[in-house]
Design a protein around this ligand. Structure first.
Ligand code: FUL
Length: 485
């Protein structure tokens, strides 16, 4: 009897061994190039962070300082960076990108390369340093820190000539060796032409495609900060989404041909917004938008702060479309986030928390019409297992398929989130979502791209089952997660 038991156990183990071998022999899907770099993947996972616009404009009421503002005007009466940090964290934002220098050329740190900085302001008798305060506070409080250093400088006498490029690079050296680590560098493509320029008061035109010699500058910064992501209209790591209203493309490819764009090029808004299905470079879009009409604080806009509801809409058209959201919150003349902004931000956070509190799909049972090599490595259950490294996949050549998620009981569904396993490239070109109603599949919504993340808002629906149909894909679709809320 004992012997028989042993033989059965042995036999079962051998069968299991063969089954495991067979599973492992199913090849991993080949990547669909281009694929994201590790630093882009880490960037995707941040999803949302704060932008902070602060300079002499806050005190002069301008949006674009001419460059002739006296540094003395910069004088916040009650600056408290710890309030910024507290609110940013409470709002669920993961970092702060600070305008260390905007187009007016005024530096928020006492740069050794110019007198046009905090060192000649009244604030703290010229001993203050906003960049240091913000960078230190971010690093101490688990937030990442990012640098915005305007390439266009309306204060500098030599703007437009080669020596200005040296000045700009010196400042980058200064910032990156003193206030790092820096997760993102924001290169603004804006270049309005006219300015003070050391007293010249004229219009200067530069050739944005060549003047800055970006490759050399990026190499310099990358040498100091290897993991940094560079934002500009053209990337190379992260591209502009083509507008400042908080709206990534409904079709949003992270892929684009970067040789057709450069920072400051006009007329490419639509291209940047949608990306290109067959683009040769992986450059996902970042959505920059301000909580107020302007980028800088103006008291007359206190009643025009975006509402929590508007911010929630923006969340859906940015993070919900596979982009990252960089939300600008400009400190006021005290050097504080205004009460109205704080209220809107906290209200917004509450709305996000409530909407996405319970993922009804987590560990729910899922069936697919097929899965890769019949291997459980690629089974449908991977989309609800809460593990971002596992995914459902089809056989090569199978570029459509469906997944049915059984919620186990009637539930009210309002949002559905989808994520592709983008490490192997963005693939899905179109999809449809259905809910089960009166013994029928009823279309709830359809869409085009998914990418890192897609969040769909549907009419609140009572249902027991949800079906996701991938209708077309560049190759075998790889879905790592489905959330139902
Ligand atoms: C634009 C700038 O001109 C605005 O002032 C602001 O900094 C925004 C984020 O980018 O191009």
């Amino acid at each position: 009897m004992k012997k028989l038991k042993l033989i059965v156990v042995l036999l079962l183990s051998v069968i299991q061994l063969f089954a495991d071998k067979k599973e492992q022999s199913v090849p991993v899907p080949a990547p669909v190039y281009p694929v994201p770099t590790d630093r882009q993947l880490a960037w995707h996972e941040m999803e949302q962070y704060a932008f902070i616009h602060f300079t002499t404009n806050t005190f002069t009421g301008k949006e674009w300082g001419y460059g002739d503002e006296s540094p003395e005007v910069f004088n916040p009466s009650a600056i408290d960076v710890s309030q910024w940090i507290k609110v940013v964290k409470a709002a669920g934002l993961k970092a702060i990108v600070l305008t260390c220098k905007h187009h007016d050329g005024f530096c928020l740190w006492p740069s050794q390369y110019t007198d046009h900085s905090v060192k000649n302001s009244k604030w703290k008798d010229g001993k203050g340093n906003v960049v240091k305060e913000v960078a230190d506070a971010c690093h101490k409080n688990g937030l990442k820190f990012g640098v915005y250093l305007s390439p266009w400088d309306r204060n500098r006498k030599d703007y437009g000539s080669p020596s200005y490029i040296e000045y700009y690079r010196n400042q980058l050296r200064e910032l990156f060796t003193t206030y790092g680590p820096v997760f993102e560098m924001w290169f603004d493509g804006a270049n309005g032409g006219d300015g003070y320029y050391g007293g010249a008061r004229e219009k200067r035109k530069i050739d944005a495609s060549t003047y800055y010699d970006w490759p050399t500058t990026l190499k310099l910064v990358r040498g100091m900060e290897p993991k940094i992501v560079f934002f500009s209209d053209a990337g190379p790591d992260v591209r502009w989404c083509g507008n400042e209203s908080g709206i990534a493309g409904e079709t949003n490819w992270a892929t684009i041909n970067s040789d057709s764009i450069y920072a400051g090029k006009s007329g490419v808004g639509k291209l940047l917004n949608a990306g290109q299905e067959n683009g040769k470079n992986y450059i996902p879009a970042e959505v920059d938008v301000s909580i107020r009409p302007g980028w800088f604080y103006h008291a007359e806009e206190d009643a025009k702060v975006k509402t929590a509801e508007k911010l929630f809409e923006i969340y859906l058209t940015s993070v919900g479309r596979g982009s990252n959201l960089i939300l600008n919150i400009p400190p006021d003349r005290r050097g504080l986030f205004h009460e109205n902004d704080v209220k809107a931000l906290l209200g917004w956070r509450k709305m996000i928390d409530e909407a996405f509190k319970t993922n009804l799909a987590l560990h729910a049972s899922v069936k697919s019409d097929s899965h890769r090599g019949n291997s459980k490595l690629y089974a449908a259950s991977n989309v609800t297992d809460g593990n971002k490294e596992s995914y459902w996949a089809t056989d090569d050549q199978v570029t459509s398929g469906n997944l049915v998620i059984d919620l186990g009981a009637m539930k009210t569904v309002k949002f559905i989130s989808l994520q592709e396993y983008i490490k192997l490239g963005q693939r899905v070109k179109s999809f449809e979502i259905y809910t089960w109603k009166n013994n029928n599949w009823v279309e709830a919504i359809k869409g085009t791209t998914i990418g890192y993340k897609r969040i769909l808002k549907i009419e609140p629906t009572e249902t027991e089952k949800v079906k996701i149909v991938i209708t077309s894909s560049k190759a075998s679709p790889l879905i790592s997660s489905i959330g139902i809320y």
